[in-house]
Design a protein around this ligand. Structure first.
Ligand code: PGA
Length: 235
């Protein structure tokens, strides 16, 4: 089985200004300096991306955005493209978050187009079935893709799936990848759990065989708390 490096990703949502974002990421970098073997990503709002990129320096924290458009440029007022995100130093982009789907009515077809565009630009992202249609047609999915399973009732509520419940769904997703793609996607793609992940529950979740990391919302807005999740299993 391929070795999947755990990833802890912080989704800041529509929180924090430029100076606050830079300060937070400096605090995270300081809090995880000695941690090895975990990929760490922060996804600030668009406005804070350049400042957060600069504040990261050589700390080895990945930078992600929270959305993008599938076209490279043009008359799309209010949108940003994958190339623009790359220019700010993003290596990743979160696509198809449940808040985008429920609050902004984003359909799977749009997420599918975004997913294909993100991969074309070398940005990496997530969600199943309709949202990965173009990969299904191709029959392969880039190993660098990261999926996230987040029970909607667990997002921002303080409720979490039990490690057993989460393991069952992650196992299902891994099985779906294996059935759907001829490539090694099932072994290589990381599947993150999200929904009220905190320092106190991260270790139990991360101990499950098919859980490769966490997508963290509320608890990613404080350096100490987020660093506590990254240090779920101190080495
Ligand atoms: P939460 O959000 O950690 O605040 O529940 C997770 C997410 O929506 O990505």
């Amino acid at each position: 089985m391929a070795l999947r490096i755990p990833m802890i990703a912080g989704n800041w949502k529509m929180n924090l200004g430029i100076a606050e974002g830079a300060e937070l990421v400096r605090g995270i970098a300081a809090g995880i300096r000695d941690v090895k073997g975990v990929d760490v990503l922060v996804a600030p709002p668009f406005t804070a991306l350049p400042a957060v990129r600069e504040a990261i320096g050589d700390a080895g924290i990945f930078l992600g955005a929270q959305n993008m458009h599938w076209e490279t440029e043009g008359a799309y007022t209010g949108e940003v493209s994958a190339a623009m995100l790359k220019e700010t130093g993003c290596t990743h982009v979160i696509l198809g978050h449940s808040e985008r789907r429920s609050l902004f009515r984003e359909p799977s077809e749009d997420i599918d187009r975004k997913a294909a565009a993100a991969v074309r630009e070398g940005l990496i992202r997530r969600q199943l079935e309709g949202s990965l249609q173009q990969f299904r047609v191709q029959g392969s999915m880039p190993a660098s893709t990261i999926l996230a399973y987040e029970p909607v009732w667990a997002i921002g509520t303080g409720l979490t799936a039990t490690p057993d419940e989460a393991r069952e769904v992650h196992g299902f997703i891994r099985g779906w990848l294996g059935d759907t793609f001829v490539s090694d996607a099932a072994d290589q793609v990381r599947i993150l759990y999200g929904g009220s992940v905190k320092p106190g529950n991260a270790a139990d979740l991360m101990a499950q065989p098919d859980i490769d990391g966490a997508l963290v919302g509320g608890a990613s807005l404080q350096a100490e708390t987020f660093a506590g999740i990254v240090r779920f299993d101190p080495v």
